[in-house]
Design a protein around this ligand. Structure first.
Ligand SMILES: Nc1ncnc2c1ncn2[C@@H]1O[C@H](COP(=O)(O)OP(=O)(O)OP(=O)(O)O)[C@@H](O)[C@H]1O
Length: 441
């Protein structure tokens, strides 16, 4: 009989917005529990804020000043890579010292220390506590930000990225997952009870093996769900309408470190990374183009769940046409879907005198995607419970905005990095400042 997989070993948790249990291995996630203390009781874990591929992120009380902080507890394997540590800790610190105007736009690292646990040695990064990510608040497919808020948020990120590029920093992993709403100043002074009253009590699910076998010391006794997006959305006066950029794990200053491997989220990955493994400020511009679309649309330009590089390239070619050489020749599935000129392959449809050739799929375009915003929303959602940050349902973009945003994204999403506009040009684009009057359609 085949051995049970790691997943089969456990009963499923009661909720799905939680890290996978397979991540809890030697070298993996740290088994943290609510109430756990670090640095001689200075930091005490009181809730969970999120998780990513490399870490779990917890809300903690800093007893030195009674304030609230976020503890990003890295997987042990990621903690031992000097370049990762350098990026996660030193890039945000350098940004704050070198670029005073970015202080409100990038997350602040306050402290860091290491802890030894049965899973290994973990780097813990103490950060300014922020709110949910843009991804979390939109909660695809039913919600997107209010139009004015979407543009304001996009401008803040553009401003931060412009300053970073001007000083020689590359972010390397720009997505809606890594842009977080700021919380109101009063939140930092909340008691534990205020946290639970406003954000709900942590939901936890006991971890149990199917066989009844005891848990290993590196396995958590409970999985804890992060504060839910609906708690954030419906909490009154807790979130500000400003954002900070977070997650500098893929960032670098001037030159990528020798062990650098570009690692942007697949749906935001630029073609030069896919084909040449080459990151840079231009790749940030591509990722940010995808991110602006997602901020305005509430859903991604290219699917989040593509699964493969080839599936992403197929969507790119459907949208932007034939790849430049030599990438076209390197795209292994091109003959399956496309003619040599990048047009979709043709298939025979109909019978007898109605028989004709038709493309095997329709071509995509940014403008078409922009025109579809607001018209394909899930009609079952109610306007109540959406919160003040969310656009009412069924609101489409004015044609004037479709043209303006289509122009901006078209220039940011050019295949060749040297053909893309720079962040200097992005922030002066009229889409950020034009008033799109209702009724111009
Ligand atoms: N300072 C913070 N305040 C509040 N929540 C945070 C903070 N930092 C991170 N989070 C939450 O934790 C999640 C994971 O954080 P982050 O993306 O930094 O982790 P990661 O392991 O580096 O993930 P990735 O797989 O994206 O590289 C974020 O999406 C966010 O929801």
């Amino acid at each position: 009989m085949a051995p049970h997989s790691h997943l089969d070993r456990f009963y499923e948790p009661h909720f799905d917005d939680v890290e996978r249990l397979q991540g809890y291995q030697h070298g993996g996630f740290a088994p943290i529990s609510l109430g756990q203390e670090f640095v001689n009781g200075r930091y005490k874990v009181i809730h969970k804020l999120g998780y990513g591929g490399f870490s779990t992120v917890w809300l903690a009380r800093d007893r030195s000043n009674r304030g609230l902080v976020a503890l990003k507890i890295m997987q042990a394997n990621a903690s031992s890579k000097p370049s990762h540590e350098l990026a996660e800790i030193h890039i945000p610190r350098s940004l704050h010292t070198m670029l005073p105007r970015i202080q409100d736009l990038s997350v602040d690292v306050k402290d860091n220390f290491k802890v030894i646990m049965p899973s290994g040695e973990h780097q813990v990064i103490v950060m300014q506590m922020a709110g949910p990510s843009l991804f979390d608040i939109s909660d695809f497919p039913s919600r997107r930000l209010r139009a004015d808020l979407a543009r304001r948020v996009a401008y803040q990120v553009a401003n931060a990225l412009h300053q970073m590029h001007g000083a020689g920093f590359v972010h390397g992993d720009l997505t809606t997952f890594n842009i977080l709403f700021c919380v109101s100043d009063s939140v930092y002074g909340w008691s534990d009870q205020d946290v639970y009253d406003n954000l709900g009590r942590p939901r936890s699910s006991e971890v149990e093996t199917r066989s009844g076998e005891k848990l290993a010391p590196h396995e958590p006794t409970c999985l804890v769900a992060p504060v839910s997006s609906s708690e954030w959305r419906n909490s009154q006066g807790v979130l500000q309408e400003g954002v900070v950029i977070a997650d500098f794990g893929q960032s670098y200053f001037r030159q990528p470190p020798s062990d650098y491997r570009p690692g942007a989220a697949l749906h935001c990955t630029a073609p030069e990374i896919l084909f040449d493994n080459r990151a840079g400020p231009e790749a940030d511009v591509w990722s940010f183009g995808c991110t602006i679309f997602e901020i305005r649309a509430g859903s991604p330009l290219f699917d989040w769940l593509l699964g493969s590089r080839s599936a992403l390239v197929k969507l790119m070619v459907r949208m932007f046409g034939r790849l430049p050489d030599p990438w076209w020749a390197a795209y292994e599935d091109r003959d399956r879907w496309f003619q040599e000129n990048g047009e979709p392959k043709l298939q025979s449809v109909g019978k007898g005198h109605t028989k004709r050739l038709e493309p095997i799929f329709v071509k995509l375009s940014i403008v078409k995607e922009l025109r579809a915003i607001g018209s394909t929303e899930n009609d079952e959602r109610t306007d109540s419970g959406l919160g003040p940050m969310i656009e009412p349902k069924g609101v489409a973009l004015r044609e004037e905005e479709v043209q303006s945003l289509g122009d901006l994204l078209g220039k940011m999403l050019r295949y060749r990095p040297q053909d893309r506009i720079t962040m200097e040009e992005v922030i002066s684009h009229p889409w950020f400042t034009t008033t799109f009057h209702p009724g111009t359609n």
